[in-house]
Ligand binder design. Structure first.
Ligand code: S3P
Length: 170
């Protein structure tokens, strides 16, 4: 649907560990707006951690909660909004992003292995992080790209440089 007038100034998407919250906080500071992230909104609304929602209710239910969180945030928030790494897997969530100033923060597989590696709650990534990252990126890359107005590569860049690149690109 059409974005609410005065909707988010910037929406950040991209894989976990790419720096959405760090860059988002910097962007909010530079734009003089608030920062909001849907993972935190879901945890607050549910009163439990995201990993518990996955285990107790399954990923499909999490994606529904996430879609509702994105819908509310897009309607209410006029600052910088960051989404969870898998939000774009849901068609309804993708539709909510249409027309918004969405920036995809990308990183290559080697950067992902370096930055996140084993340090994740996702058990699958622990088996063979490089292979799992490659599969995750192969499955999601086109969804990120299609949902985004701009793509900003983060490889070898500091969060401050990434934030500036987002501002320049949007
Ligand atoms: C997920 C990424 C996480 C969180 C959930 C699922 C994913 O968000 O929403 O654990 O499917 O990639 P971050 O990208 O903020 O870590």
């Amino acid at each position: 649907g059409d974005p609410a007038p005065g909707g988010p100034r910037v929406v950040l998407i991209g894989p976990m560990g790419v720096g959405k919250s760090t860059v988002g906080a910097l962007l909010a500071e530079r734009l003089g707006t608030g920062y909001r992230d849907t993972d935190a909104d879901i945890v607050a609304a549910e009163g439990r951690e995201i990993s518990d929602i996955f285990v107790e209710d399954g990923e499909p239910r999490f994606r529904e909660l996430e879609r509702a969180a994105v819908r509310a945030a897009v309607a209410e928030h006029t600052g910088v909004l960051a989404l969870g790494g898998g939000a774009i897997l849901d068609r309804g969530t993708r539709e909510l992003l249409s027309g918004l100033p969405v920036a995809y923060l990308s990183m290559d597989v080697e950067e992902a292995v370096r930055r996140v590696g084993l340090n994740t709650a996702r058990p699958l990534l622990a088996v063979n992080p490089r292979r799992q990252w490659r599969e995750l990126m192969d499955a999601r890359r086109h969804l990120y790209t299609e949902a985004a107005r701009v793509v900003v590569a983060t490889d070898g860049r500091t969060p401050g440089e990434v934030a500036q690149a987002v501002l320049d690109a949007l």
